[in-house]
Design a protein around this ligand. Structure first.
Ligand SMILES: [Zn+2]
Length: 446
């Protein structure tokens, strides 16, 4: 290099670099302040008056009485005053299937491909977010649609909730996740990724799911309602298979959510060490004791069964499937009440996809009718759910350092939990996604 040129570079490059850095640095977004007459703190189990949440970027900077936290704010801070509303942390649904939707039995069974599912999944994600659910644990999807959706949401290209995904669930051949009950001459090749038999296949299936981005492992431990097999709750994996699933998942730092309706399947899954029992409809007293002893979580999914009973006959579902829904619906009134009274950990989950996405909040009234307090039900969808999914410190609460995921409702959700069925104000990561509560001229992301 010629000495003069070298001198020029030495003389000018630091200035040029620092100018380039100045130009590249994005302007700092102004603080967002949301204030309201009430704020529900599920961690403390109380509602506080005249509160504000100060948001810096995607995180909460401060919460507290308006008079305290708004002192000394920079003049460019953007303030949204929600008047008499109640602010809550964004809700968490621990059991969704964003890629599935209810539809005619014949069409859904015989005429639908994973591509049909994939093209509408982002719409389901938007409905879920706009219903106030800012985080979901999605427990079963075709062709890793869930993981593709999570990436699209995280990159900001598609509006939707934060997602934890399981990829394909694990089912035994002929089990709840298989296309059972049809002629052997019909091919359901799209079901193949779901089928795993014996400890070795189960371990391989888990490794594949983890390889492609699964955060959780979903195991179909028992029969179910919406498949063709006769039993609703008989075990469909052996204890050794369930144990292999839990052990293999643990090797990769993952936990297992087990679909289980019947008492034996529930007890086998809990003894094998699964973290949550999904549905848990026909649990017996021994199972409840065992769940308490092992700190297993119950994810109830109550509303979806009512939806099946109200709507699935019209969709052409056969009587033997509807009969299974009736059996689950009547027996679980008592089993859920007993589990609540015994103090089993309850995490909110709905099986969204069995009913239309966006109706997730309807689950609350069923939980309250069956023995939970409104505050307990709200805690199950905030602090409780955050603990189950392994994200305490991130979501489920409004405190400094947590994601600025919050919702607001016009009335008092503790007096009337149905307030959470139509949430008019939704913020996720400091971005406003819905506001039909105030007429403030604030930009809403679509
Ligand atoms: Zn499910």
């Amino acid at each position: 290099m010629k000495p003069l040129l070298l001198l020029c570079l030495l003389a000018f490059s630091p200035i040029a670099t620092s100018r380039a850095a100045d130009a590249a640095a994005p302007p700092r977004a102004p603080l967002l302040v949301i204030k309201a007459a009430h704020l529900l703190d599920p961690a403390a189990g109380v509602v506080r008056d005249n509160q504000a949440v100060v948001i810096d970027g995607e995180k909460v900077k401060a919460t507290g009485p308006v008079a305290e936290v708004t002192v000394g704010l920079p003049p460019d801070a953007k303030v949204i005053d929600l008047g008499g509303a109640t602010i809550l942390p964004g809700l968490i649904d621990c059991h969704t299937h964003l890629c599935f939707s209810p539809g005619p039995y014949y069409d859904n069974t015989f005429r639908r491909s994973p591509i049909d599912l994939a093209v509408v999944t982002h719409v389901n994600a938007r409905h879920t977010l706009q219903a106030g659910f800012t985080t979901v644990r999605d427990v079963g999807a075709a062709e890793y649609i869930d993981i593709a959706l999570k990436k699209a949401i995280n990159s900001g290209r598609v509006p939707g909730p934060r997602m934890l995904c399981s990829g394909a669930f694990l089912s035994a051949t002929g089990g709840h996740g298989d296309a059972n009950g049809f002629s052997p001459y019909l091919s359901f090749s799209a079901m193949a990724p779901f089928i795993a038999n014996g400890p070795e296949e189960i371990r391989k299936h888990i490794r594949e799911n983890v390889k492609y981005g699964a955060d959780w492992i979903k195991l179909l431990a028992s029969a179910g309602v919406l498949s063709e097999e006769e039993s609703v709750g008989r075990p469909q994996y052996s204890f050794e298979e369930m144990k292999a699933a839990v052990d293999e998942a643990a090797l990769w730092g993952r936990k297992v959510a087990a679909h289980a309706h019947g008492p034996e399947a529930i007890k086998m899954a809990v003894r094998a060490g699964v973290t949550s029992i999904e549905h848990c409809s026909l649990v017996d007293d021994e199972g409840i004791r065992l769940m308490k002893e092992k700190d297993a979580w119950l994810v109830p999914t109550i509303y979806c069964v009512s939806f099946v009973l109200d709507d699935y006959a019209k969709l052409g579902f056969p009587e033997h499937i509807l009969n299974k829904a009736r059996q689950v619906d009547t027996q679980r009134i008592e089993t859920f009440r007993k589990a609540v009274q015994a103090g089993v950990h309850i995490a909110f989950g709905t099986d969204a996809g069995v009913y239309p996405h966006g109706q997730n909040g309807r689950e609350f009234r069923y939980m309250v009718e069956r023995g939970m307090t409104p505050m307990g039900a709200i805690q199950s969808a905030t602090t409780g759910a955050a603990e189950l999914i392994g994200w305490p410190g991130k979501v489920g609460k409004l405190a400094p350092g947590y994601y600025a995921d919050l919702i607001a409702v016009g009335g008092d959700p503790v007096a009337d939990v149905r307030q959470l069925e139509s949430v008019p104000f939704v913020v996720k990561g400091g971005v406003l996604y819905k506001n039909t509560l105030t007429t403030d001229a604030v930009k809403v992301e679509e």
